[in-house]
Each structure stands twice: as C-alpha cells, then as structure tokens.
Ligand binder design. Structure first.
Ligand code: SIN
Length: 304
C-alpha cells in the first residue's frame, strides 16, 4: 500500500490534491457528480468583504493548452459565505476547508480574515494577493515585497489559523516576495496564480475579454509554476502549495519533487470536472511506477 497522505502546518490531508479556488465553486456543487470526500482539501471560491458581481462579460477566452479568465472576484461576500456556503459544504464534506480571501485595502483583508478566523470549519486561510483582474487591490499587494509583507503582517495579527499567501507570477523576483511573506508571519505560500495574457477576436478585431487582459492558466503554465515552486522552496522554510497547470498524477509528483507539500488543480477542473478524482485515482499506480512509497518522502527531492 502506498501512502498518499501529507500535511500543511499540522492540517492532515489524506492526499495532496486540492481543487484551486475559483475553479470548484464552494465545493458542494461537485458532490452531485462524485464524492468530494476523496479530495485532500478544497480551496473555496475567493471571498471579499462585500458581495461582488464581477467583471463584464465575456470573461473567458480559450487558448492552446489553457484559458484566460477575468472573473473579477465574483462572490456573495464574506457574511453569506460564512452563513450559507460553508455550512452547505459541511453538509456533504468532512475534510479540510481552505478559505481564499481577497481585498481592495488592508482593512478589507483584515476584516475578512477576522471573520473567517471565527469559523471553526475553516482549517486554513489562503490570502489572495495575486488576482490580476481587479484594480486597486488583488495583485497590487503581491508585486512588491514591502506591500506583501504589510498585508501579511496586518492579517497575521487577527488569525491563529494557518495562513498561506497566494502569489502572482507576474513579478521579476518571486523569491523576494515569498521571503517577505514569510518575514511578515505567513505559515505557507501558494504559488502560482494566473499569468497575465490576452486574445484578440480576428473577426471583431477587438480583445475577446471585455476587460481586455486576463489571467492565463492551464497546462501551458505548468513549467513556469514548477520553476517558481522550485525556487521558493530553496528560499523559505514554510510549506508550499504548488498550483499552475497541474493536470495529471505525474504533474502532482513533479510538483512535490520541486518542493510542494500539496498541489492545487485549477483550470483542468473546467476542462474535466472529474480531474481531481482521476488524478487521485491514478496517483497509486504512478507512485508504484516511480518506486515511491510515501508522497511525504519526495517533497523537495529534486533539490538533493
Ligand atoms: C478572478 O476572480 O478574476 C480570478 C481570481 C484570481 O485570479 O485570483
């Protein structure tokens, strides 16, 4: 029997496969098509202080081996997520819940975190300072080490839960930002969010996405994500959740060898809603093929 289990700051996961925020709703929607209790954890839809309608449509453009999105953090707001969405998820799901939080000011991040800190069903907070699709917030906190450290320090004061910070790849030096987050009190790093991109409709001669530019994700960005996980693993002592283009059990193993303690699956859920289930089912045979008895043993192995 191979051992798929892993852990994130003391939170035990049966396996490292986690649907990424924004690609799996609040989780319970997928319970209609398979038992979501097979998942390692779920990172639920990104949450802001106020309800948000999101950006104008079209918000999605397909690309070779990926897609561009510009959703604009559509969500019902933190109070509704706490009073309705998380309890509804709990009705059908017993495993760890990761609450992904976004904001437009430090005060908003702090308020959301404070509220999520009170929710016993939330196991981990994932601070999203990397959304490329909103102005005056999101990614603007994650592109300078001092800004990243500032928001992490502020949020750290109001939560005792494990605090992961989700970083953007749209920077020149991911290592300095990850280190600043660690310095600010983060317990872990989630990387990467989407890379900025765009498409043009040849008939209309205009950008496909109403917001013109969006976040590019999917299989095409896997090598970029892997490289950043590898670099950050060398520079920080806190655990990493690897995200970006993961689409197979082999990708999960590769991400873990680069340094990830757990792995999020994002765009692939939109291509194949069974992606996480299929990856989990395939992991044992891929582990056997590469003589891996325990996934915990391969975290960061590519650095030795
Ligand atoms: C969005 O809502 O626009 C995407 C969220 C993100 O990239 O963090």
């Amino acid at each position: 029997m191979v051992d798929l289990s892993t852990s994130l700051c003391g939170v035990k996961l049966d396996n490292p496969v986690i649907p990424a925020s924004g690609t799996f709703g609040f989780g319970y929607e997928f319970n209609d098509i398979y038992d979501i209790n097979i998942l390692g954890a779920i990172s639920i839809k990104g949450t802001t202080k106020e309800p948000r309608f999101g950006n104008p449509t079209p918000r999605i453009a397909e690309c070779t081996e990926g897609l561009i999105n510009s959703i604009g953090l559509q969500n019902p707001g933190v109070d509704k997520v706490i009073s309705y969405e998380i309890p509804k998820l709990r009705e059908c799901y017993r495993k760890p819940i990761i609450s992904n939080i976004s904001g437009f000011s430090i005060e908003e991040y702090v308020e959301c975190c404070q509220k999520m800190n009170e929710v016993k069903d939330v196991d981990i907070i994932e601070l999203n300072i990397s959304c490329p699709n909103v102005h005056n917030g999101g990614m603007s906190f994650g592109t300078q080490p001092e800004n990243a450290q500032g928001v992490v320090e502020a949020v750290r004061k109001v939560t005792t839960k494990p605090l992961f910070v989700k970083l953007t790849p749209n920077v020149t030096d991911i290592v300095s930002i990850a280190k600043a987050c660690e310095q600010g009190g983060a317990d872990g790093i989630s990387l990467i969010n989407t890379s900025q991109g765009m498409r043009i409709d040849l008939k209309k001669r205009r950008p496909i996405i109403a917001n013109k530019i969006g976040g590019f994700s999917g299989r095409a960005i896997f090598p970029i994500a892997l490289k950043m996980v590898y670099q950050v693993y060398d520079a920080v002592k806190i655990p990493i959740m690897g995200i970006g283009g993961v689409a197979s059990a082999e990708d999960v193993v590769e991400m873990m060898m680069a340094g990830a303690s757990a792995v999020q699956v994002g765009a692939e859920n939109l291509v194949n809603p069974y992606a996480c289930r299929d990856i989990i089912n395939n992991l044992p045979q891929v582990m056997k093929k590469y003589n891996i008895n325990s996934l915990k043993d391969i975290i960061g192995e590519a650095h030795k």
